[in-house]
Design a binder for this molecule. Structure first.
Ligand code: FES
Ligand SMILES: [Fe+2]
Length: 468
């Protein structure tokens, strides 16, 4: 490694970087070249003004989000595996909005506003899924085909003003991306491909639609939805919050913003942080990475003349290859080991890496702005032969319960618990603070600012001025 950052440039805001090699340089030093999207760098400096705490604690602000952000933004509602056959349906709720997503007899996916065209009754309960040949309202029995056509209207003689066309089920825009079904409650929404922007291009490299859901956890969180998301947008907290863990000290991270809706970090594993006061040997790094694998006090031996990162990547590829029946030997070290995290505004995260293969989704509680819901999915490569397992039952974890209740999360449960403790403390501090806004790092916390700015953009576009 040769080039290093010029950390002394503090005169131009947003330009300074941590001393030592950049993540980009580290990736180029790997023996296997990573896919091109991982070599793209797109830092954006978005200013350095404090972000007001009222964005989290003002009821007016939260109400404006429900009016101008959630009904206008593309969100993934379910996985395509949730509705594989004609008649399978799935209900996605966000705030007081509800979408009924289903597969028609032609195999097409449609999404309807989940409300009867007669007197508004929800056709299917919140958070439900199942199978239906047709959609019959539980109140008076009006019935629609899966295509949304009104096919039965009891006592039709009393409704000469109701036509099959005028009372079709109301559809909303729906699309597929990365194996998930996305909806938008705005019938004039831009196409999904435009919304996900650069993701469309980057994800052609990652085979995300060839994965199935192995574990699905839903956790109730003690904070505003934006604070929950922000806890995962930066790795700046890792050294302090997760200091005792495996993620504790490898902190070279690259932050990118791809306007308008996407941001990313890449966080390396198995390389020594330049910020450590004294560098470790490759054997020490290897011992640290494999400490969960060894029996007793016996450390695993790293062969001579090979980097811990490269050797460990091969180990992971072999283990995962055996477990999931694939050949991962061509994967780059970065795609095998690193924490690669894409965020798509307003609430979705996708991790294309092999050993950290998560998807997140966050939703606000419609009745309490200090509560949010976190869907945490672990995805795995589909078997080459035979069908992938169906999506598992959701493991519900309440606000005071530990993620370690979900066995499928392994050691990550404890790490997520550490994040939750921060969220609760931060939420208390939003109200206790004398200073009325948060101060953000120009680079490492740029994605936090980007999220805040996107919310602000949509609020203002909808005619709500948070400053008035
Ligand atoms: S409200 Fe649905 S049939 Fe009457
Ligand atoms: Fe964390």
């Amino acid at each position: 490694m040769t080039a290093t950052n010029d950390a002394s440039d503090t005169s131009t805001p947003g330009v300074a970087r941590a001393p030592g090699p950049t993540l980009h340089e580290q990736l180029l030093d790997d023996p296997t070249r990573p896919p091109d999207p991982l070599l793209v760098e797109s830092p954006v400096f978005l200013g350095d003004a404090d972000v007001p705490y009222r964005n989290y604690i003002s009821p007016d602000y939260a109400a404006a989000e429900f009016e101008h952000v959630w009904p206008k933004s593309w969100q993934w509602a379910c996985h395509t595996d949730h509705i594989p056959e004609a008649g399978d349906y799935y209900v996605y709720d966000i705030g007081h909005l509800s979408a009924l997503i289903l597969r028609t007899d032609d195999g097409e996916i449609k999404a309807y506003f989940n409300a009867c065209m007669h007197r508004g009754t929800q056709l299917r309960p919140p958070n439900s899924c199942g199978f239906a040949k047709q959609l019959r309202c539980p109140f008076h029995g009006w019935t629609w085909s899966l295509d949304g056509q009104l096919i039965d209207l009891p006592d039709r003689w009393d409704f000469p003003h109701v036509g099959d066309e005028s009372h079709r089920l109301a559809e909303m825009p729906v699309g597929e991306f990365a194996g998930f079904v996305w909806v938008n409650f705005d019938r004039d929404a831009e196409p999904l491909a435009e919304w996900v922007g650069v993701l469309d291009d980057h994800f052609t490299e990652f085979g995300f639609e060839d994965r199935y859901i192995e574990t699905h956890v839903r956790k109730r969180l003690p904070c505003n939805w934006k604070a929950a998301i922000e806890a995962f947008l930066e790795a700046y907290h890792v050294r302090e919050t997760h200091a005792s863990g495996k993620l504790g000290d490898e902190v070279t991270t690259q932050y990118d913003i791809f306007e308008p809706n996407v941001s990313r970090f890449i966080h390396t594993t198995g390389l020594d942080s330049p910020q450590r006061p004294s560098p470790r040997t490759e054997q020490e790094i290897f011992a640290h990475m494999t400490r969960n694998l060894r029996s007793g006090e016996e450390a695993l031996e790293l062969p001579d003349n090979v980097r811990a990162r490269d050797f460990y990547a091969r180990m992971v590829q072999e283990q995962m290859g055996e477990k999931y029946g694939h050949d991962f030997s061509e994967l780059s070290e970065s795609l095998t080991l690193d924490s690669i995290e894409y965020f798509c505004f307003p609430n979705a995260f996708f991790f294309p890496g092999l050993s950290l293969p998560m998807v997140y989704r966050f939703r606000p509680d419609p009745d309490d702005l200090d509560i949010s819901y976190f869907d945490l999915l672990i995805l795995r490569p589909r078997p080459v032969e035979g069908a992938a397992p169906m999506p598992p039952e959701v493991i519900e974890i309440d606000i005071d319960e530990s993620y370690t209740l979900a066995a499928g999360l392994g050691g990550l449960g404890r790490v997520y618990d550490q994040d939750t403790a921060n969220m609760a403390a931060q939420t208390r501090g939003f109200r206790a603070s004398h200073k009325r806004g948060q101060t953000l790092g120009n680079y490492q916390e740029s994605r936090v600012r980007h999220l805040q700015r996107r919310v602000d953009d949509l609020l203002r576009a909808g005619g709500y001025d948070p400053d008035s």
